[in-house]
Design a protein around this ligand. Structure first.
Ligand SMILES: Cc1cc2nc3c(=O)[nH]c(=O)nc-3n(C[C@H](O)[C@H](O)[C@H](O)COP(=O)(O)O)c2cc1C
Length: 321
């Protein structure tokens, strides 16, 4: 079993120490581990060019067409059975580099989009290099560590929930997570034995999941989270007792018993979480319908749309070069 550790923090600071401690514990469970310091890589933001999708449509591999270190990371990822990622909280959410990786990895690694394309190619009799890399579809697991300097969770609220965005396109099952806030007062994570023991447990939990079929692997992290699928507490409220898990995109019913708040999610809703295949399939179906709806509108508008766009071209743009 191969495990890839990613730190989005500074060299030999909190995130890096915590990921390496988790990897060391996983290694004792038999994992073959490797580590990448993400700040050493050149990862550019997604430009929304659509090159990954166009490549798929033309029989290519569907990978991002920007030329940078993403491709080095992609190969290590495809080789791995699990990832452990630690990211500092900057301004209440994960550091920007993390989101850049999410955007670059998302569409190009969506197991539903790629799975549908693979089905098409197999049905068309394609073989060998004409098929997508089979490693894309292997069951993978993750452990996530959000690192914050502030003393309370008030300043890390969007850290862990956003870290899940890296996992759902690849259908990677998160088995454990740690909200490692309050690092500012510690001096070093190595001076907190309890935290080091907890992060080692995360490493063992992820290692134990490796090689098992996805559906047989249970959540191994702490209890007490509101969402039973992603194990986060970030809900969208819309003025009724129906609430939405912001990470999964599923609906639950809220009730208050005494001073305790409960949210129940039906089995059907849990199944359609975007952390599961059905949720991704729902989105694939939705996206596939756009062309047939928007296309005729654009054709019907013809030159009138071009005329409507004219005033927007170059509008008050500052020249910087
Ligand atoms: C630009 C910036 C913004 C930050 N914002 C937050 C924040 O909103 N909440 C928080 O708890 N810590 C915040 N921090 C502190 C970092 O999360 C903390 O220093 C962390 O240990 C950095 O990770 P590293 O040690 O792995 O590099 C911020 C740090 C920087 C540089």
């Amino acid at each position: 079993m191969k495990m890839l550790g990613l730190s989005f923090g500074r060299k030999m600071k909190v995130s890096e120490i915590l990921v390496k401690a988790a990897l060391m514990a996983a290694e004792k469970e038999g994992a073959e581990v490797s580590f990448v310091r993400m700040l050493d890589l050149d990862i550019r933001p997604c430009t929304g060019c659509g090159g990954c999708g166009n490549s798929l449509d033309r029989g290519g591999n569907g990978r991002c067409i920007l030329k940078d270190d993403l491709h080095f990371l992609e190969e290590s990822f495809l080789e791995s059975d699990a990832i452990i990622a630690a990211c500092p909280v900057y301004a209440v959410g994960p550091a920007g580099l993390y989101k850049d990786l999410v955007d670059r990895f998302g569409p190009a690694h969506d197991t539903c989009f790629l799975g549908k394309e693979q089905e098409k190619r197999v049905a068309a009799g394609k073989t060998g290099d004409q098929l997508l890399d089979a490693r894309i579809f292997k069951d993978r697991f993750a452990g996530l560590i959000s690192v914050g300097g502030a003393m309370t969770q008030n300043w890390v609220a969007l850290g862990l929930p956003n870290m899940h965005l890296l996992t759902f396109p690849g259908n990677i099952k998160v088995v454990d997570q740690i909200d490692a806030y309050d690092q500012g007062r510690k001096g070093s994570p190595l001076l907190d034995d309890e935290q080091m023991a907890r992060v080692a447990r995360l490493g063992r939990n992820v290692a134990k999941a490796c090689g098992k079929p996805r559906d047989t692997v249970e959540w191994a992290g702490d209890d007490g989270w509101i969402c039973p699928v992603c194990h986060n507490n970030l809900m969208t409220l819309r003025k009724t007792t129906t609430v939405e898990c912001a990470v999964c995109g599923i609906f639950g019913t809220m009730s208050i018993v005494g001073d305790e708040l409960k949210v129940t999610f039906s089995e059907a809703e849990q199944k359609r979480s975007r952390c599961n295949y059905d949720g991704k399939l729902e989105h694939w179906t939705e996206i596939k319908s756009f062309g047939s709806i928007a296309g005729p509108k654009i054709v019907a508008a013809g030159d009138s749309l071009k005329a409507k766009m004219k005033p927007f071209e170059g509008y008050r743009e500052l020249k910087f070069k």
